[in-house]
Design a protein around this ligand. Structure first.
Ligand SMILES: Cc1cc2nc3c(=O)[nH]c(=O)nc-3n(C[C@H](O)[C@H](O)[C@H](O)COP(=O)(O)OP(=O)(O)OC[C@H]3O[C@@H](n4cnc5c(N)ncnc54)[C@H](O)[C@@H]3O)c2cc1C
Length: 702
């Protein structure tokens, strides 16, 4: 059977080419979704030394890695430095024509002040090393005989310690099952999906595939920030960054203080850039920039200016391996490049610039050495009918919001003065959002690991999907589960009550629990809004927003077949409660959220969550009304007296108990229920009026 490589960047193509150079009979299939890769974006700078020397130097390289590990050198560090230097030389000196491939040797340049060579050639504007290098490896792999299938791998089909096959979806939506002897994860990093980043977004990343297959991920708390990330039109991070080695003639300007239009020369950073030393001081420079708002202006010698900002540059989260590439827990799966990360080689410490691309070449060399002579059978591909479950279940809006939440909290942890609190807020926010996607689960596990780290608790070395279920659930979700398993019954009806009515009442009780815990979740968001408003001088009441909300809720209600006036009435009730609380918060002497950096952004984020919450609320209400509609029909049909005072009392008591449990004001919860019952009553009266059997129903209790 063949070897299947999943990915489309440097790691995938270097591995395919290297396998075929060492084992020309191998059958190498590359499953590539054709999406952009970080390899194409990269500056293509490879590390062969500590810096300041034209000579590749294994000792200085190892020493540098050890400096991040308390000075302790390890065997993997030595193996990594040795293999990196050897592989970089191998690719620099390879003559494809000697292998029968019509391709010139790989272009590369080196300078004494760099930490190693740069691969590739530039385009008209001086960039393009990434693209030209990736294309070179791609062409070489293809000409040597690798087959590329366009498609995105959506699952690893694992049977105990074997990956039996993978499922993939082609561009035209066809589902395929692909069997192979060995699989290689070379699909890059999940970082650009989790954070606003210099990284591109990779769909169905190796970390997500591994997570869903129950495999482990390492280095959840290791991140790298870039000081010169690209700035998007809306001010957020955009993929790509400036190459600091190209800025040795540039001057860096910072605002004199955060938010100011006046700026001053940042001599410290300018000097580091001119000495090619800035990349060793990224954390320190990032802190300087953040203290002035995070953005800077780069003035080039030709008079042009470029904006840049501190950005998330790398998540080290990699698939757990036993030796740098062999995935732990399965015998026929490897992970190379960003898929495994550099953690194994560095003693699980933050990587140095230049080692990520080295890592792609090291992985390629190791995989090629692993099984020469094997992997030559034909590929087995079967079309399959079943729809593979897409890992990306979030809507685009939710995916964006998740990235914003993750980025904001990560920056607060890294650069704020209360990192532990920031980590705790991150966990709480993610728990409250309850987004249902692989990426949301990985985000939550990451946030929890960061919280453990900030709290001085043991940080899990490996995070895995099966742990997420045993993690503490959010209050709302917890109560929902408890009630759905064992609802507090309000059945006070006599034994003559028909079974259909008993069943419907159980379902209505469950629905009420869901509604109340959902309201509690909504109040948690509005509580945060209250603090943001109070801390930034916004008024508790915002008529424009309230009018927009009322319009929206009416539309949503209409879509769900509910009375829009009734929906607006409920919203008014909720907003009344919120405003009351916001006024209390505004009157609090000490404002804990007074230092929020960008309150307007924070408000926008929370409002998206609240709007989503309202849409859900309407859906739950519609479900409840479906049930009471059935109750109305049943009562009319069976001539059952509409009034059941004991049920009404029990319902009221039950709602108070749940409200207390959820931390909601009990009288408000009663009022909320009363408003719903009034609407149900109205509807039951309509049903009764048209009913031939019973024209006298007078109560909406159910
Ligand atoms: C702006 C920037 C500059 C950088 N500069 C440097 C540098 O100078 N030096 C350095 O050492 N490092 C640098 N890096 C890091 C370096 O680019 C990456 O570590 C490296 O490119 C990773 O290569 P890769 O092949 O593992 O992943 P990628 O190059 O990201 O390739 C992954 C590919 O796999 C495809 N894929 C993913 N999942 C699937 C799937 N399920 N099915 C099919 N296909 C899939 C993706 O679409 C993508 O095309 C830089 C990174 C950035 C963002």
């Amino acid at each position: 059977m063949p070897i299947c490589i999943i990915g489309g960047g440097l790691a995938a193509h270097a591995a395919a080419a290297k396998i075929l150079i060492e084992n020309p009979k191998a059958n190498v299939v590359i499953l590539n979704d054709g999406g952009p890769s970080n390899s194409s974006l990269a500056g293509q700078r490879y590390r062969t030394r500590a810096g300041d020397s034209q000579k590749s130097d294994q000792d200085s390289f190892v020493e540098l890695l050890a400096s991040r590990n308390g000075g302790q050198e390890t065997k993997p560090m030595r193996q990594f430095a040795r293999t990196s230097i050897a592989q970089i030389k191998f690719w620099q000196t390879l003559e494809p024509r000697k292998l029968g491939v019509d391709l010139p040797s790989l272009a590369s340049t080196d300078k004494p002040e760099w930490f190693g060579p740069q691969f590739g050639t530039t385009n008209a504007v001086g960039n393009g090393h990434g693209r030209s290098t990736t294309n070179w490896f791609k062409k070489l792999a293809r000409e040597l005989g690798a087959t590329t299938m366009e498609g995105s791998v959506t699952s690893l089909n694992r049977e105990l310690n074997i990956i039996e096959s993978v499922n993939a979806q082609t561009k035209d939506g066809q589902q395929m099952n692909i069997a192979a002897e060995h699989f290689v994860l070379a699909g890059g990093s999940v970082g650009g999906r989790m954070f606003e980043s210099t990284n591109i977004e990779i769909q169905n990343s190796p970390q997500e595939l591994a997570w869903e297959a129950g495999l482990g991920l390492v280095d959840a708390t290791k991140f790298m920030f870039h000081i010169m990330g690209n700035v998007g039109k809306d001010g957020s991070s955009k993929p790509g960054c400036l190459e600091t080695d190209k800025l040795d003639q540039a001057k860096v300007y910072l605002p004199i203080k955060a938010g100011s239009d006046l700026e001053e020369l940042d001599k410290y950073t300018t000097d580091l850039l001119s000495n090619h030393k800035a990349h060793y001081e990224f954390p320190e420079i990032a802190r300087r920039f953040i203290s002035k708002g995070g953005k800077c202006r780069i003035s080039m010698p030709d008079g042009t200016s470029l904006p840049a900002q501190v950005a998330h540059h790398y998540s080290h989260l990699g698939v757990e391996t036993d030796n740098g590439i062999a995935v732990t827990g399965v015998s026929n799966l490897s992970a190379i490049g960003d898929a495994s990360g550099t953690g194994f080689w560095s003693g699980n410490k933050v990587r140095f610039p230049g080692t990520a691309l080295d890592n792609c070449l090291v992985g390629a060399a190791m995989i090629a050495k692993q099984s020469p002579g094997a992997w030559s059978d034909p590929v087995v591909i079967k079309p399959i009918a079943e729809q593979s479950i897409p890992l990306n279940r979030n809507t685009a809006q939710r995916a964006k919001l998740l990235r914003q939440i993750n980025t904001q909290h990560l920056f607060d942890i890294e650069f704020g003065d209360q990192p532990r609190q920031a980590a705790s807020n991150w966990v709480e926010t993610l728990e409250a959002t309850q987004f249902d996607s692989t990426i949301a689960q990985i985000s939550l596990a990451t946030a929890r690991s960061c919280f453990a780290e900030q709290s001085g608790l043991p940080v899990p070395k490996v995070i895995r999907k099966d742990q997420i279920q045993t993690m503490k659930m959010p209050v709302a979700a917890r109560s929902r589960i408890e009630f759905s398993q064992e609802p507090i019954m309000t059945m006070t009806s006599s034994s003559k009550t028909p079974k259909e009515l008993v069943d419907l009442r159980v379902r209505i009780d469950k629905m009420d629990s869901v509604l109340i815990s959902h309201l509690a979740e909504r109040f948690r968001f509005t509580e945060q809004v209250g603090y943001v408003k109070a801390g930034s001088g916004f008024l508790p009441i915002d008529n424009t927003r309230e009018q927009a909300q009322a319009r929206r809720i009416a539309e949503l209600a209409e879509q769900e077949g509910l009375n829009p006036i009734f929906a607006q009435k409920l919203l008014k009730l909720i907003i009344g409660q919120v405003v009351k609380r916001h006024k209390e918060i505004a009157a609090e002497p000490l404002n804990t959220k007074a230092n929020i950096l960008s309150p307007r952004d924070e408000l926008l984020k929370l409002r998206v969550l609240i709007d989503e919450s309202d849409a859900k609320l309407i859906k739950y209400l519609a479900e409840r009304f479906d049930l009471t509609e059935q109750v109305g029909q049943l009562k009319a049909k069976k001539s059952i007296s509409a009034t059941d005072k004991s049920r009404e009392t029990a319902q009221a008591e039950r709602i108070s108990a749940i409200a207390k449990q959820e931390g909601i004001d009990a009288p408000f919860a009663q009022e909320f229920l009363t408003a719903i019952i009034a609407e149900v009553t109205k509807r039951h009266q309509q049903i009764a009026a048209t009913s031939e059997k019973n024209g006298g129903l007078d109560s909406g209790n159910s």
